[in-house]
Each structure stands twice: as C-alpha cells, then as structure tokens.
Design a protein around this ligand. Structure first.
Ligand code: SAM
Length: 180
C-alpha cells in the first residue's frame, strides 16, 4: 500500500504526463510521509536516484536518500545538493504546503515562498530539458509565479488531479523543457 493519499495524485499526474522513467534522477520536496517517494523510487528503478526532503521525519525507503529539515533554511538546500553527488536532475517535484492557519494573508505568502525556493533548487539542479512539478495555491502571487516559470521553461501546464479536492485552491504546475 501507499503511505499517503497524495500518492494517487502523483499516479494520475504520471499517467497523464509520463513524469517518471527508469534511470531518472528525481528530487521530491515535501516528501513525508513518503507516498510520492515510494512511487518515484519504484518507477526510476535501481539505476535511478531519488533525493527526498521534508521538515518531518520519514521512515526509510529503499532507493531514497532522505534529508530532514526546514527547506527555508540554507543548510537543507545544501544537504540536498550534496546528496545528489554531482548528478544532474531530470525532475524536481514539490508537494510542499505550509501548515495552514486558515488565514489567506498568512498561508498564501508562505506557500508561495516554498514554491519559490523549490523553483530556485530546480534552476540549480535540472538538466536542460528537465521538468519541474509543483503544488501551487491559486491566489496572490500565482500569476507572477506562472510568469516566472514561463521564463525558465519552454512550456507550463496546469493540472488538477481528480484526487485533489475540487474546492481546494491547489493545482499542480508542470513546467517542461528547462532552458538550462
Ligand atoms: N507528497 C507527500 C506524500 O506523498 O506523502 C505528502 C506531502 S504533504 C501534502 C506536505 C509536506 O510539506 C508535509 O509533509 C510538510 O511537512 C512539508 N513541509 C511544509 N513546510 C515545509 C518546509 N518549510 N520545509 C520542508 N517541508 C515542509
């Protein structure tokens, strides 16, 4: 079985966009409890590599190197980079979401900050042509973020998996063809 309901979203996204292939190097941000990492490790196989990170602890998974810490802290970024051991990355994915207070004025900027940092990491690690998948909440800063993605990638698509509750403002942005 899968560790989280989030797994079903990634399975849907992968079925549509063929995100994960054998031999790929993948970064999974906001990985705990590990649903996405399970799928990623399974699909990239023994020749692939998955580096996962989260604020929370995560039980070990075969084929996954885990870095625990707050992604807004510089040393976490550095530990993720170190875990790559020089590999260029094919796919950076972020399912990070802050603990929601329910107040949009607080939650939205925090959520945008996390995806901004995820994009920074993608720009530092992706191979030319690489892909970036991120959960983003519609609201303040969304359009500016989309524009920023479009400046670094050939194509950006919005995805709303069935498994994502229809009323929630979350969508997934898939950016393809990293300019390098
Ligand atoms: N994709 C995961 C899975 O399949 O099991 C579920 C991820 S859950 C929706 C969002 C995650 O973002 C939480 O595990 C949370 O700890 C993490 N998160 C929130 N803020 C974070 C931060 N500042 N740094 C790192 N991770 C963070």
């Amino acid at each position: 079985g899968y560790r989280s309901r989030a797994s079903y979203k990634l399975l849907e996204l992968d079925a549509k966009d063929a995100l994960l292939k054998p031999g790929m190097t993948v970064i999974d941000l906001g990985a705990a409890p590990g649903g996405w990492s399970q799928i990623a490790a399974d699909k990239v196989g023994a020749k692939g590599c998955v580096v996962a990170s989260d604020l929370l602890e995560m039980d070990a998974l075969a084929g996954v190197t885990f870095v625990q810490g707050d992604f807004t802290e510089m040393d976490v970024l550095e530990r993720v980079l170190a875990a790559l051991e020089g590999r260029r990355v094919d796919l950076v994915m972020s399912d990070m979401a802050p603990n929601m207070s329910g107040m949009a004025a607080i939650d939205q900027p925090q959520a945008m900050y996390l995806v901004e940092l995820a994009l920074d990491l993608a720009r530092q690690t992706l191979s030319p042509g690489g892909r970036f998948l991120a959960k983003v909440f519609q609201g303040e800063g969304f359009d500016a973020y989309l524009k920023e993605l479009r400046s670094s990638f050939r194509k950006v698509t919005t995805r709303k998996p069935e498994a994502s509750r229809t009323r929630s403002r979350e969508v997934y942005l898939l950016a393809e063809g990293f300019h390098g």
